[in-house]
Design a protein around this ligand. Structure first.
Ligand code: GLN
Length: 236
């Protein structure tokens, strides 16, 4: 079976390209019945209110919840992470429907609006690291959420050290000035709970495919059938 990518809105094409780079076919999912043809699913970043409205319009929520409950591997990036959280706070215009399943609370726009988007080098978690690969990855945070609280079954994979107000950083992330330093605060930006992976950043917008490789490993370990190679699937 192939990997499904929820294709209602957001960066689904970029995820499909990352999968192709790894030789795996990504299938665009827009209707509930299409979920039956895939054994794992990526929910991309985008705008979670819009995505939720489209998901509601296409009656996707019951099928998505069932998919998660069945223990099939699901990875949410950014808006996708918000979708998978049991609770989201920080919505400006009221609530939105969530798929849920991930025992955590997220703040939808923890880091602020579009102009507060940023990139940062973060430590690669052990389970994602590859032999000989760099020890850090480039985290791309676009109107990014953060995880505020996690339940006991949730593993924290990555944290971002929020610079304190008195510390200045250059655009390359190097600390250039520190006055009356207040200890920096770490916020959770990647989590895993069983079959669910959630990242506040966008690995699909970088050339680094290690997060996708890790998700494919999750998919292969859990899935009853093997993943379809991109070439074979395209030829079909
Ligand atoms: N904060 C956005 C939201 O609420 C998500 C941003 C993203 O996916 N890049 O949907």
């Amino acid at each position: 079976m192939a990997v499904g990518v929820l294709a209602l809105q957001g960066s689904f094409n970029e995820h499909i390209s990352a999968l192709v780079r790894l030789g795996v076919k990504g299938v665009e999912i827009r209707k509930p019945e299409q979920l039956e043809s895939v054994s794992s699913l990526i929910i991309p970043g985008g705008e979670s209110t819009t995505m939720a409205k489209l998901a509601e319009y296409h009656n996707m929520f019951p099928a998505l919840r069932e998919f998660v409950k069945m223990g099939k591997p699901v990875w949410g990036t950014c808006a996708g992470l918000i979708f998978l959280a049991d609770k989201a706070v920080g919505q400006k215009l009221g609530g939105q429907e969530l798929v849920g399943g991930l025992d955590c609370t997220v703040n939808r726009n923890y880091f602020g609006s579009q102009i507060q988007s940023f990139e940062a080098e973060l430590a690669v978690p052990k389970i994602v690291s590859q032999e000989g690969g760099p020890e850090t990855f480039r985290g791309v945070f676009i109107r990014a959420p953060a995880v505020l609280e996690v339940g006991p079954g949730v593993e924290v994979l990555a944290e971002y050290p929020v610079p304190s107000a008195n510390v200045l950083y250059s655009s390359s992330g190097v600390q250039i000035q520190e006055e009356n330093a207040v200890p920096e605060k770490k916020v959770i930006v990647a989590v895993k709970q069983g079959n669910i992976l959630g990242t506040a950043f966008h690995p699909e917008l970088t050339g680094d495919t290690r997060w996708h490789t890790y998700f494919l490993k999750m998919a292969n370990e859990t899935g009853s059938s093997t993943l379809v190679p991109a070439v074979e699937a395209n030829a079909a």
